[in-house]
Write a protein that binds this ligand. Structure first.
Ligand code: NAD
Length: 508
């Protein structure tokens, strides 16, 4: 393991013996096969330790269930105080945690710092929310009656996360879930286990300040798909929030539905941007480049399809190729680098397969090759292609930008919507009517629709998620907190009569 990362993990309080399980401050070894974690940065071995299996899950579920009995009765603003302290600790540990993210997920340091900042932001949001978990008072049709609704904690929540946002997605769920009164059982990606250990160590540091909080309020279990499936099937977890591929979401969604549980699915995207004739091309080049090559194309919101008006296409494509030819690609921890590595060899292979499929469909590919050396560093690709090519309907988790041309806005919107996924979208235009049409019911069918910015880089204040195969879930801001609570409708009779609703007479 690179010494700097060892030191960083020690400074964060991660025990020297890496474990696949922790329940609060109780770090427990898994009983499964040994996991070898290699850094995408340089291929170095970051850690080796036994994974957990589905058999290791029961003590975690028991601890979370027991913790729930106490945690649900802690006043929400007091739960918010715990989250506030986590936010403060994250501020103190921001650089260290970001370094772990860069070493393990391969993000450039600026983006890793941004990811930790997102955790801090959601802490702040959740603290405010802890004093605003409000229901409605509703007019009753009956005299002497009051009708109202309350929101109560739902129960322990299972949170399954992907490798590409190895700490922020947990925080989006955990910070809201915790203030809502739900213990959190986290199943991180086995590709980024150290990010989970580091995050958990920060939380445990805060937990020490609150001896009255049961340890089972926060736990994690690192395992492969088998552990994820066991979590999805666990009746002890009324909510499963799962972030990852569509294939994973399909499996998890069905498993949770079979037990009539609640699932919140945040799955793959296939995000498009329409660039209209009036677009500011300077702004276009910058926003396209960040959205398409940032995180080496490994964001759920990465820009994958560019739909450009034919009158400006040649100019825009030439400018993009110019910028792409000078992109600083390399070690994500080095200053000035903008594009780090792909996560692993499998990601590189699937990128090459997608490019081959594009070529077979007549696509003109620029870039896409591997840069020799350790790690899977690639030149981001621009592919001019026909909108009918089958490959553009798939999400390939790599920096490939498919470029298509359009004549009429209605045609561009149809192209943008003609994929199975529905996460993020944007239009660049200075024509108000075009922008409003794009945002209208006949416009983008995605959960996120932007004007004059790219598809990636959402703020935590809005609800985040997408439609169609993206799964329909919403997390983070706005009223996403409602997914973590149960709504109870109360009717209170303060009269001496017993009038029935709908005027029904039932005299005995
Ligand atoms: P993945 O689906 O391979 O894995 C995600 C998580 O699910 C991991 O923890 C994995 O162990 C677990 N898992 C896999 N199969 C499972 C199963 N059958 N049952 C239960 N758990 C299972 O995804 P990945 O490669 O880690 O991440 C990339 C994908 O995630 C992309 O498709 C990306 O678009 C998506 N993603 C979506 C969002 C969003 O908010 N919409 C955010 C980040 C990533």
């Amino acid at each position: 393991m690179p010494t700097p990362l060892n030191d960083v993990l020690a400074a964060l309080g991660v025990p020297a013996n890496r474990t696949a399980i922790a329940i609060g401050n109780n770090w427990i070894p898994g009983t499964g096969e040994t996991l070898h974690v290699r850094s995408p940065v340089d291929g170095s071995m970051l850690a080796s330790f036994p994974l957990a299996t589905a058999n290791d899950l029961k003590p975690i579920l028991d601890a979370a269930t027991n913790a729930f009995h106490d945690w649900r009765m802690v006043p929400a603003p007091v739960r918010g105080e715990f989250v506030r302290r986590i936010g403060i600790k994250l501020r103190e540990r921001k650089t260290e945690l970001a370094q772990v993210v860069s070493w393990e997920a391969g993000k450039i340091l600026a983006e890793s710092l941004g990811e930790v900042q997102e955790m801090i932001d959601i802490c702040d949001f959740a603290v405010g929310l802890s004093r605003q978990l409000h229901g409605l008072t509703i007019a009753s049709e009956r005299p002497g009656h009051r009708l109202m609704e309350q929101w109560h904690p739902l129960g322990p929540a299972g949170v399954i996360t992907a490798f590409n946002f190895p700490v922020a997605v947990w925080a989006w769920n955990a910070m809201l879930g915790l203030v809502c009164g739900d213990p959190i059982v986290w199943k991180p990606s086995p590709k980024t286990p150290l990010c989970a250990l580091a995050t958990h160590a920060i939380v445990v540091d805060v937990l020490r300040e609150f001896p009255e909080i049961p340890q089972g309020v926060v736990s994690f279990i690192i395992g492969d798909r088998e552990v994820g499936e066991a979590i999805a099937g666990a009746n002890e977890l009324p909510l499963i929030s799962a972030t990852g591929s569509v294939a994973m979401g399909r499996a998890v969604g069905q498993k949770v539905a079979a037990r009539l549980g609640r699932s919140l699915l945040e799955l793959g995207g296939n995000n498009a941007m329409i660039v209209a004739p009036t677009a500011d091309l300077e702004l276009a080049v910058r926003s396209i480049t960040f959205a398409a090559v940032g995180t080496c194309g490994q964001r759920c919101t990465s820009l994958r399809r560019l739909i450009v008006h034919e009158s400006i296409a040649d100019n825009l494509i030439a400018r993009l190729k110019g910028v792409y030819s000078k992109l600083p690609i390399g070690n994500p921890l080095e200053k000035g680098v903008l594009v780090g590595p792909l996560i692993d060899e499998a990601a590189f292979e699937s990128m090459q397969e997608a490019l081959e499929s594009a070529r077979q469909a007549g696509g003109q590919v620029t870039g896409g090759g591997r840069i020799p050396g350790e790690g899977f560093y690639v030149h981001p690709a621009i592919v001019e292609i026909d909108a009918a090519a089958p490959i553009i309907r798939e999400e390939t988790f790599a920096p490939i930008l498919y470029v298509m041309r359009y004549r009429e806005l209605s045609e561009a919107i149809a192209m943008q919507n003609n994929v199975p996924q529905g996460l993020s979208s944007s239009i660049l235009t200075n024509d108000l009517r075009e922008a409003e049409m794009f945002l209208s019911p006949a416009g983008s069918d995605c959960g996120i629709a932007n004007v004059n910015i790219g598809t990636s880089g959402a703020e935590i204040g809005g609800a985040f998620g997408g439609e169609k195969e993206t799964g329909g879930g919403r997390e983070s801001g706005s009223d996403s907190w409602k997914a973590y609570m149960r709504r109870v409708t109360n009717t209170i009779n303060y009269s001496k009569e017993l009038p029935l609703a709908q005027g029904i007479k039932f005299d005995i």
